[in-house]
Design a protein around this ligand. Structure first.
Ligand code: ATP
Ligand code: MG
Length: 436
């Protein structure tokens, strides 16, 4: 016997801080959201990928870069006590997808359009919109180098906002150019920041020589003036980078998608190049970025593969669901079509058989089941039928069953009358019970 059951005073066990249970009825919003995402992916031709939640730690250290928030302080990493392997709970999805694509030679016959949905783990201070286990939808388009695919993945998001009924999500874009261009800009940037050194906070001081670009996306109000006046990366870009950026802008313009060129948008990970973007909202307070992404043409090589271009985004599901709630958008209710009322347990086998036939015909049937007080009176069964939200109750009375029939009682329409149906031609009338 375990300690918990032998000691009635044992402290109740609770979930790890920052890691949430997702329970009914909330889980219905998650299901609806994920269904909507999968339908979107089908329309755009993106195929599902499922990679492990645990990856070798070097995948992230090399892929994301050592001087990133994630690698510096947010990863759940440990040494496997069996074999000494350095392992990490994935903090993001791109590195794992690119690793898998390389490992399985997925790009040998051309580009691949991929997506995933799943949990990510970051050891951050939990607050609204910021959890330690959170969930992302991500897309990765691998093997395509043109700005057309950048535009495609961005427009997919717009399509998702539309499918969900969300209106208040804005698009910010920027171009990070290539490494050589960033190097030239970096010198000017460091010079500017050093000149304003007394304004830099401790984190910025630390990043001044390791990752000065990241200082641009500081949220510290005291540093806003300094970073606003900083030299712009865009002014250091060569012709090819500018052409790529203009190519993206042209498609967005033609698609009627407004955007703001945000010179301070640099994104967290080292692996980004050329296009970066974020979808942001004002409705979620400090955690207003619902989706972020960009091009990562150098990532495949960083993690030991052949060079392969890539672009993708990651969307925070918790933040999007919060935004839906803020916007008053409800998921369609997940209610059964019918609740099966079974007056006597003797009728259960016949009722179960009819319920199975109805389900096979696409009707959502919730069977009455015994509670802790036994089978339950008709009155208590009807109370549960009402509470279930079902539109109809099917009443499997002994007399009706003896005649091969079942009574159908509308629950949501007081004016509608109860009727009787033959179980023999169930397939024919079951359609009238079905809502979806
Ligand atoms: P932030 O600046 O808010 O920390 P980030 O740049 O670290 O975001 P990404 O790594 O780009 O975030 O992840 C993509 C999306 O995942 C974010 O835009 C956000 O919606 C979501 N996200 C990131 N971290 C968390 C978290 N700890 N909890 C919930 N959602 C998160
Ligand atoms: Mg972060």
């Amino acid at each position: 016997m375990s300690e918990a059951t032998s000691n009635p005073k044992a402290t109740p066990l609770v979930a790890v801080k920052g890691m949430n249970d997702i329970l009914p009825p909330d889980s219905a919003r998650w299901d609806w959201f994920e269904d909507t995402v999968r339908a979107l992916m089908r329309r755009y031709g993106y195929l599902g990928m499922r990679t492990p939640i645990v990856e070798p730690t070097p995948l992230f250290v090399r892929g994301l870069g050592e001087v990133t928030d994630i690698v510096e302080k947010e990863m759940y990493s440990w040494i496997d006590s069996m074999n000494g392997d350095a392992l990490t709970l994935r903090p993001e999805g791109t590195a794992g997808v690119v690793r898998a694509a390389i490992e399985h030679s997925m790009l040998y016959d051309g580009g691949k359009r991929l997506f995933y949905i799943g949990p990510m783990f970051r050891h951050e201070r939990p607050q609204r919109g910021r959890y330690r286990q959170f969930h992302q939808v991500g897309v990765e388009a691998l093997g395509f180098s043109g700005p057309d695919v950048d535009a495609e993945v961005i427009l997919m998001c717009r399509s998702l906002w539309r499918d969900l009924g969300l209106a208040d999500v804005r698009l910010d874009i920027n171009c990070l150019g290539q490494a050589a261009e960033r190097k030239a800009h970096r010198e000017a940037l460091v010079k500017h920041l050093v000149a304003g050194r007394e304004l830099l906070d401790a984190e910025a001081q630390r990043r001044l020589h390791s990752n000065p670009l990241r200082i641009l996306d500081t949220k510290n109000p005291a540093m806003q003036g300094l970073v606003e006046a900083a030299p712009r990366l865009m002014d250091y870009l060569g012709e090819a980078s500018l052409k790529h950026f203009e190519g993206l802008c042209r498609v967005l313009d033609a698609a009627g998608q407004p955007y703001r060129v945000n010179h301070r948008l640099v994104r967290g990970m080292d692996y980004y190049a050329l296009t970066v973007f974020e979808w942001v909202t004002d409705r979620l307070g400090a955690q207003g970025t619902v989706c972020g992404g960009g091009r990562y043409d150098g990532l495949a090589e960083l993690i030991g593969g052949k060079a392969a271009p890539g672009i993708g985004w990651g969307l925070g599901i918790e933040r999007v669901l919060d935004l839906l709630q803020q916007s008053g958008i409800e998921a369609p209710a997940a209610v059964p079509d019918v609740y099966a009322v079974v007056p006597s347990i003797e009728a259960l086998p016949a009722a179960m058989q009819a319920a199975e036939a109805l389900r096979a015909a696409g009707v959502a049937v919730l069977m009455h089941a015994a509670g802790k007080d036994g089978w339950g009176s008709m009155k208590s069964q009807f109370k549960r039928a009402d509470a279930s939200g079902a539109r109809h109750a099917l009443i499997f009375g002994a007399e009706e069953l003896a005649r091969g029939e079942v009574a159908v009682k509308p629950l949501r329409d007081a004016a509608a009358a109860q009727s009787t149906r033959a179980l023999a031609d169930l397939a024919a009338w079951s359609a009238e019970l079905r809502t979806a």
